[in-house]
Unconditional design. Structure first.
Length: 201
C-alpha cells in the first residue's frame, strides 16, 4: 500500500500544523477507510500495549475500528469504546466491531464517558487532526488514576522534533499526564512515534 499524503493523513513540516488539518466528513472518511483503514501503526500500538483483564479501552478517532479489533483479538475481556466525530467512520467501525465494542459519534473534546472510567485512551494517528490541548485534557478526565494514554503518530506525518516531541509533550504535561515514555517503532515501511503517559494517582 502506498502512503501518499494527498488525503486525510495531511501533513506539514511547519509548526502551525492546524492549517494542515483536513476537514473530516463522510467523503473524507470513505477515502481514508479505503486507503488506510487497516494500517501498520494500529498493529504497532497494540503489540506494545499491556492490559489487565476487563480493562476499559477508549479509542479516540477510532476510524474504521481496526485498532479496537486488534485489541479484542488479543484481550477478549477488554471493554472497548470507539469514538469518532464522523458518521461514516462510526458506521464502518460498528460494521467492523459488531458487538465487540460500543461506538459513539462524538468529538475528542466531548467524550461521552464519565470521569475516571477508562484504563487506557488511544489516539492512533488522530491527535494531529484534533485540538491536542482539549483532547488530552478530556482524555485525562475519563482516565482513572494510574490509567494511561497512548499517542501514536506516523513519523511521515509530522517530524518528531517539532510536533510529536515538543507539542504533544507540552500538552501531556498540561493535562497532568506524567511519566512520558517514547518509542519509535517500525513495521513494513511505516515508522511510528509512540508516546505513553500516565494519569497521576
Ligand atoms: C487519520 S484518521 C485515524 C483513524 C484511526 N485511529 C486509525 O488509526 O486508522 C483520523 C480520525 O479522526 C477522526 N476525527 C477527526 N476529527 C475528530 C474529532 N474532532 N473528534 C473525534 N474524531 C475526529 C476522523 O473521522 C478519523 O477517523
Amino acid at each position: 500500500m502506498s502512503h501518499d499524503h494527498s488525503h486525510s493523513h495531511s501533513h506539514s513540516h511547519s509548526h502551525s500544523h492546524d492549517h494542515a488539518r483536513p476537514t473530516w466528513d463522510d467523503a473524507t472518511a470513505a477515502v481514508y477507510a479505503e486507503k488506510y483503514g487497516v494500517w501498520p501503526t494500529q498493529m504497532m500500538v497494540v503489540d506494545r500495549l499491556e492490559l489487565s483483564d476487563g480493562a476499559t479501552v477508549v479509542d479516540v478517532g477510532c476510524g474504521t475500528g481496526a485498532t479496537l479489533a486488534l485489541v479484542k483479538a488479543k484481550w477478549a475481556t477488554a471493554h472497548c469504546v470507539g469514538v469518532d466525530a464522523v458518521a461514516e467512520m462510526v458506521r464502518q467501525a460498528r460494521q467492523t466491531l459488531g458487538a465487540e465494542a460500543e461506538v459513539h459519534e462524538a468529538r475528542a473534546d466531548a467524550l461521552p464517558l464519565g470521569d475516571g472510567v477508562a484504563d487506557l485512551v488511544l489516539f492512533v494517528n488522530t491527535l494531529h487532526h484534533v485540538d491536542p490541548k482539549t483532547a488530552l485534557v478530556e482524555a485525562a478526565r475519563v482516565l482513572r488514576p494510574g490509567g494511561r494514554v497512548v499517542v501514536a503518530t506516523d513519523e511521515a506525518q509530522y517530524d518528531l522534533a517539532s510536533w510529536s516531541n515538543g507539542r504533544v509533550r507540552d500538552e501531556l504535561s498540561r493535562a497532568r499526564l506524567r511519566g512520558v515514555r517514547q518509542t519509535s517503532a517500525h513495521l513494513n515501511d511505516v515508522v511510528a512515534n509512540i508516546l505513553t503517559a500516565t494519569k497521576r494517582g
